[in-house]
Design a protein around this ligand. Structure first.
Ligand SMILES: Cc1ncc(COP(=O)(O)O)c(C=O)c1O
Length: 416
């Protein structure tokens, strides 16, 4: 027998094992100032590429005004209680109606948080007879939802449609035996690689196999598709997505999330999604602020156009300079280098301290051991001169990496 707390070891956890690195620097850094491309970090101004504020709405004057007015009028408590009991309002219902119409679904339901919402939706949809089939690169909220599932689950290699078909054959055989159904889960845009989920390919398989499709479009909502309605719209298959989900934590620059689909299934979810039934509803300022954000998303296509312009310039600029940025056609832009964790830390620090650029760096176990991934998140609020500054800095970084400069044991520069 062992003491429970004694056995919890920082070095045994994939992320906690890096906790010896300077506190508040690589992990839990404090970005200060108004949200946008220029913020303060570690005592100085940095050019910031690490926020999912895709449309630049976080600091849009109309958004700030709506948030402030709603907070002044209602405070942060209202309405009290879970939606089902005492936490409903006409504004919640109106927001749901507008979200559903925007993503071309019959109905929608608000969720307090994306992560909990996805987990709980999966939990409410399947029982032990059912089979889940999901993409291997899925976000933690999908993985954790799948972990709750008491029945069978099959994973297919990221976006591999041939393999998905094999998994669907296995799933169909099993479901035929148990009398259960099949749920396929993917993301619209995968937040790390920026790849779009192959929704078209998945939907094509609906002709041969009987399954329901749940799409987490956290990074596609507001950024992809002609009107910003997401990857389903982008690929012309929105009507084939049975449940469409997005968080408000990205394009909408807020907190909360929603799920949309047919009326019947939404009614079922309202009565069964435990993260909503057993939790207080979204505060009114988030609902009214959300309505304002949705209005801007619908009426200001120039925000999406600017995002596209910045995204295009970042991707093509890096490609022209010989960087490996993958082949993603969506905003998250990975920049891949060969190197170890020590080099990654040194590079990130050099970028922050000497080039004044703040960009998240992703290391093992999220990427393979010898890969360093910087993740650039273009937004509508960035400018072409921000892009030029960044391209110059990345070129300098690459040259130093190639010369072995970042292989030193000690960190390149000291934090203040
Ligand atoms: C794909 C995906 N799904 C769900 C979530 C979770 O959303 P939330 O931050 O609202 O919990 C995130 C990250 O925020 C995400 O990237």
């Amino acid at each position: 027998m062992t003491d429970l707390f004694e056995k919890l070891r920082m070095d045994a956890d994939p992320l906690a094992k890096y906790s010896h690195l300077p506190d508040d620097y690589f992990f839990f850094p404090k970005l200060e100032g108004d949200i946008g491309p220029r913020m303060r970090f570690n005592g100085k101004e940095v050019l910031n590429w690490s926020l999912n504020n895709y449309l630049g709405l976080a600091n849009h004057p109309e958004v700030r005004k709506a948030d402030a007015e709603a907070t002044a009028k209602y405070g942060l408590a209202a309405p009290m209680g879970a939606r089902m009991m005492s936490g409903n309002s006409v504004h919640h219902l109106e927001f749901e109606k507008q979200l559903a119409a925007f993503v071309k679904k019959e109905d929608a339901m608000l969720l307090n948080y994306g992560y909990q919402g996805v987990l709980s939706i999966i939990d409410s949809l399947v029982d032990r007879k059912d089979v889940i089939v999901y993409d291997s690169e899925s976000h933690a909220c999908i993985i954790d939802g799948v972990r709750l599932h008491m029945g069978k689950r099959f994973v297919y290699p990221h976006n591999n449609m041939e393999n998905l078909e094999k998994q669907l054959q296995r799933a169909t055989k099993l479901a035929d035996e148990t009398g259960g159904g099949i749920l396929v889960i993917t993301e619209g845009v995968f937040g790390m690689s920026g790849h779009m989920g192959d929704l078209k390919g998945i939907v094509e398989l609906k002709k041969k196999y009987n399954f329901r499709l749940f799409v987490d479009d956290a990074h596609g909502f507001g950024t992809m598709g002609k009107t910003g309605a997401g990857v389903g719209e982008e690929q012309g298959v929105q009507d084939q997505i049975d449940l469409y989900f997005s968080t408000f934590a990205k394009s909408m620059a807020s907190i909360g999330a929603f799920v949309a689909g047919d009326k019947r299934i939404l009614k079922y979810l309202r009565y069964t999604v435990r993260s909503q039934i057993y939790a207080k509803s979204l505060p009114l300022p988030l609902v009214l602020g959300g309505l304002k954000r949705l209005e801007l998303l619908k009426t200001k296509p120039e925000l999406r156009e600017n995002l596209r312009k910045i995204m295009g310039a970042v991707k093509s600029g890096l490609k022209e300079r010989g960087f490996n940025v993958g082949d993603a056609q969506s905003p998250p832009t990975p920049v891949l280098f060969k190197g170890g964790v020590g080099e990654a830390a040194n590079m990130a620090m050099d970028l922050r301290e000497n080039f004044n650029i703040f960009c998240s760096v992703v290391i093992y176990p999220v990427v393979p051991k010898d890969v360093i991934m910087f993740r650039i998140i273009p937004t509508a609020a960035h400018t072409m001169s921000d892009v030029a500054e960044t391209l110059t800095a990345f070129s300098a970084l690459k040259e130093k990496l190639d010369k072995g400069y970042y292989r030193k044991e000690e960190l390149v520069s000291v934090t203040r």
